[in-house]
Design a protein around this ligand. Sequence first.
Ligand code: ATP
Ligand code: MG
Length: 580
Amino acid sequence: MRLSKMHIKTLREVPNEAEIASHILLLRTGMIRKLVSGVYGFMPLGWRSIRKIEDIVRQEMDAKGAQEIHMSALQPAELWQESGRWFAYGPEMWRVKDRNQREFCLGPTHEEVFTDIIRNDVTSHRQLPMNLYQIQTKYRDEARPRFGLMRSREFIMKDAYSFDKDFQGLDKSYDDMYEAYERVFTRCGLKFRPVEADTGAIGGSNSHEFTALSEVGESEIAYCDHCDMAATVERAECVDAAADGDDVAMLEMEEVFTPGTKTIEEVANFLDLPQEKTIKALLFVTYDEEGKQNGYVAAFIRGDRELNMVKLVNALNIPEHSIEFADEEKMGAVTGAVGGFTGPVGLHDCKIVVDSELVGLKNLAAGACKKDHHIKNVNYGRDYKGDIVCDLKTLKVGDPCPVCGAPVQHARGIEVGQVFKLGTKYSAAMNATYKDENQKDQLIVMGCYGIGVTRTLSAVVEQHHDEDGIIWPVSVAPYHAIISLVNIKDEEQVAAAERIYEELQRAGVEVLLDDRNERPGVKFKDADLLGIPVRITVGKRAPEGVVEYKLRREAEKSEKTIEEAIADCIALVNAERYGM
Ligand code: ATP
Ligand code: MG
């Protein structure tokens, strides 16, 4: 492609809202174009890189025997009502009506649609296992679309669904996809880490997220250097503090006047106790499917801990969007809670969820459900009970690893893919069965597997750039090489550049020829910004058959004969074009 003919518009200024390198660089290179918040289009260079990622995904999916199909983004509400997710999916779902008021959504994901195909098409055990996938546009009305392609409202996802006869089959399908994902992200040039994950709105039992390591990522992961524990912080289990032994006597409860001590820190200081000797209360209100308030929840954890919201909604078995912090005054009128002074003793008419470690800890201080008062020596069992007792804690840096006990560490990353064992959640809800060897109906066992194609592009740029621009790995670069023609009026330079351009193309190298009427400085700057892996500069020494050869990822440049430059470029591209 000749740059003089290409539709490309690089920007010098980027909008203020672009805060992170990938967003800034994808806009500056003109690879993506914003239409409206969270909605982007792709210009020629951007689209080429997207297609390269898609090709890698396709090759690895096909290699595992998955079959590509393509379903509509528009989905009837009835399918989602069958699975119970029309409500559960919440406000992220784009809901639309047709002219007859029939409800649809623009698919945020496709479990229901794929389950529907399979229940209609699969009858016999002989047709299983099967894995179907698509690469398609998804819609999610994200609360905070940001960081460009990273969290957008329209994005491209590869979604695959596996269908097996039994759970053993699912294990195999899951492992296959896990391997395929490792290859996909390696081939895209990403440094990543698979971590255990929560199953969220999708449901099911096991799950892993593939996290591209990056400081700007929105996923926080907890990991251990002493064993291979790695999980999202939402998912990571916590070790309960050791219970107090029988030698510790339960003391009498004692109400204390603690004026103005609302925070745990204030209470602990006032009572001269460590924060571990206090109980923290978090109060919530819940809503039903019609959006009507249907109850209150109080969660209790040790004073120095942080509540893990995902663990709480999982314990309550409700969607995340149906719970929010309560207005303490309104809640107080019903339950006896008192802003800043709520404790488990004296609370009524609300669901009480207690972190498991509180059960074994004795003589803690908690709010007294009375303004300006706390109670000392509160003990689980004797003084209060939980409707639910479970792990509600967030695993923090330095906490003991749930597997080996060593102090855990945290890292940030970008979730580029996720795999789930769904089991029979959807097949049971939607009656997707097959006949086994004995002609008996059995539920199909499912898995689902997503890759954010557009988010992966952002993650690659996030990991591969410097202050001058993008540094594409060859496997996903929009073009492999760029020929910077220094003087377009110099016939010898033009002839040399044209020759290199043709020979490289003949060898299957994807080449840009910068034949624009621009100063060399501008051409070099743009080549760096665009991040094309190989730059061949054709300048003054062209008549002697000598050009300058430079890799974007290396600082040094060297002079080579035209033949050498061509041969080296072809060799490099052939070695790295598949990314493995
Ligand atoms: P997140 O936790 O980041 O909201 P998710 O867990 O809801 O993502 P999945 O339902 O697992 O996402 O979707 C599969 C993949 O699609 C994700 O791993 C991610 O790469 C991509 N993805 C999800 N939401 C978005 C979005 N708003 N913009 C771009 N890519 C997305
Ligand atoms: Mg996910």
